[in-house]
Ligand binder design. Structure first.
Ligand SMILES: *[C@@H]1O[C@H](CO)[C@@H](O)[C@H](O)[C@H]1NC(C)=O
Ligand SMILES: *[C@@H]1O[C@H](CO)[C@@H](O)[C@H](O)[C@H]1NC(C)=O
Length: 475
């Protein structure tokens, strides 16, 4: 059934032939998925010398897998307890909480899972079953195809290039075309991207939910189609298709892309979100205390990061074909005013810059004002509390970040990194029942930002305006 569907789609859209035909559904080697490890939340203890930066430094030296950084904690994942015991981090003498991460459950393997587009029935945002599960790449491509065929006047798929392993990368343009009225200004462009880091599945699911909300009939709860009167949207749900497939087939918590780094490098993949071409640094992370001017001296490739580490930023900016494709696509798009980089987890809306806290964007005031409204808009839907700040503070200083490039190089004034739910209870294994509520609150955030950039505040801050009494479960 699926193959027939895949073939039909391939005939319709040559672009997808490779992506769809190489991933038969029954070949999910579920047993080989990594998981079942331990997540440790280290509480910063500056009195004993272990501030956040010091813990991060030790993590980097140990090539540990940092999942989340908060104002006073660092979450670090160990694939097994043994990995923790042999790690230098076992010597970090601060209070920490340990959570067992269950072996990731790739749901559902029932017949409902292997399904055709028809049974999702995308004609209704509220009634479709699509947003109740995470989906492998071929089902995401199926979703995008079906949205295009249901709404041919509004949705247009674009192939924006190939990934390192040769997969087609897809973007969706969602637009009602040129403004109808002559005195209307040109459409403003808004770009929304899903997970660059392969394991951040909720970011990709949320990008798909927003695409669906944008085309849905305005009478439906949470529909965003009225925004198309003044905005064009460009959505890239899977910026890292190779990594995403790898999280389904091999390692649920894979982070980087899957490119071969060089003939003499034994490790695969670089951190796409440290590989953008603005203030790229060979060093993965800049210690918070260090002066920015000193940092530039560390740029020599000889002092670069070990390619095997999680945070490997590449030999040079835009080494990753995926980031390069997205950048090339962005430069062809007119009137871009906002770039929303969806991520997880941590519940934060962060503004530029990532590379430095000393350099403040000239638009910082507007960016922060919009971000403060954005988190109120998120809260208005299900009460979820987000924080805001500049990315260099809310996370850590790191060069080559996408929002720095989008702001400084592509000239997109409102460039945000949005870490979605949660704050660490489930982390990257956010239950699929949360896809809808996360989509709903994020949609309201987009609605707010869109209104803000047009100087037309929406009503999305009033608690009742978009809260629907029988909305999907408030989790
Ligand atoms: C999809 O749902 C709509 C209304 O919600 C219905 O009219 C239509 O028949 C459904 N399509 C399929 C293929 O079930
Ligand atoms: C969704 O399903 C409900 C209940 O079956 C139905 O009343 C409603 O019309 C459907 N909505 C759409 C937009 O199809």
């Amino acid at each position: 059934m699926l193959c027939l569907y895949a073939f039909a789609v391939c005939l319709l859209q040559l672009c997808l032939v490779r992506g769809l035909s190489v991933v038969p559904a029954e070949q999910q080697p579920l047993e080989s998925l990594a998981g079942g490890g331990t997540l440790k939340r280290f509480a910063a203890d500056p009195l004993s010398g272990w501030d956040v930066d010091h813990i991060l430094q030790s993590a980097e030296e140990a090539n540990a897998d940092v999942w989340n950084v908060g104002p006073s904690h660092v979450d670090i994942y160990f694939p097994s307890h043994i990995d923790y015991l042999v790690s230098p981090l076992s010597l970090v003498d601060v209070p920490h909480v340990t959570t067992s991460i269950p072996r990731p459950h790739i749901e559902p393997s029932s017949s409902e899972f292997i399904t055709t587009g028809a049974s999702w029935n995308l004609t209704s945002l509220s009634n479709t079953t699509y947003h109740s599960a995470y989906h492998p790449l071929y089902e995401i491509e199926g979703f995008m195809q079906e949205l295009e065929s249901l709404y041919p006047d509004i949705v247009q798929l674009a192939c924006i290039g190939h990934s390192a392993e040769g997969r087609e990368m897809l973007a969706m343009k969602i637009s009602k075309g040129t403004p109808s009225s002559k005195n209307q200004k040109t459409q403003a462009g808004v770009v929304i991207a899903g997970a660059q880091h392969a394991r951040e599945w909720i970011a990709t699911s949320t990008a798909l939910y927003i695409a669906h909300a944008l085309v849905s009939d305005a009478s439906e709860p949470f529909a965003m189609s009225t925004l198309l009167e003044s905005y064009d949207f460009y959505i890239i749900p899977v910026p890292n298709p190779d990594g995403y497939v790898y999280t389904w087939e091999r390692d649920r918590f894979w982070y980087k892309n899957r490119q071969i780094i060089g003939p003499n490098e034994k490790c695969v993949g670089l951190d796409m979100n440290r590989n953008w071409g603005h203030k790229w640094k060979a060093k993965a992370r800049s210690p918070q205390g260090q002066a920015d001017s000193e940092l530039s001296k560390l740029d020599a490739p000889s002092k670069g990061t070990d390619p095997c580490t999680h945070w490997y930023p590449g030999h040079r900016p835009f080494e990753s074909p995926e980031g390069n494709n997205i950048a090339n696509y962005i430069t062809t798009l007119p009137g871009l005013r906002a770039y929303i980089d969806l991520r997880s987890y941590g519940q934060m809306v962060s503004t530029p810059f990532s590379y430095s806290c000393k350099k403040v964007p000239k638009d910082a005031e507007d960016q922060i004002e919009a971000a403060l409204g954005a988190i109120r808009a998120i809260k208005a839907i299900h009460g979820t509390v987000f924080t805001t700040g500049r990315l260099c503070r809310s996370l850590y200083k790191a060069g080559g970040n996408v929002i720095d490039w989008m702001y400084a190089k592509a000239g997109i004034k409102f460039a945000y990194a949005v870490h979605l739910r949660d704050t660490g209870t489930y982390g990257f294994s956010l239950p699929p029942e949360w896809i809808r509520p996360v989509g709903e609150e994020t949609a309201n955030m987009i609605r707010f930002i869109a209104g803000f950039i047009r100087g037309k505040p929406c009503e999305c801050l009033a608690d009742q305006s978009y809260r629907v009494p029988e909305a999907s479960s408030t989790v």
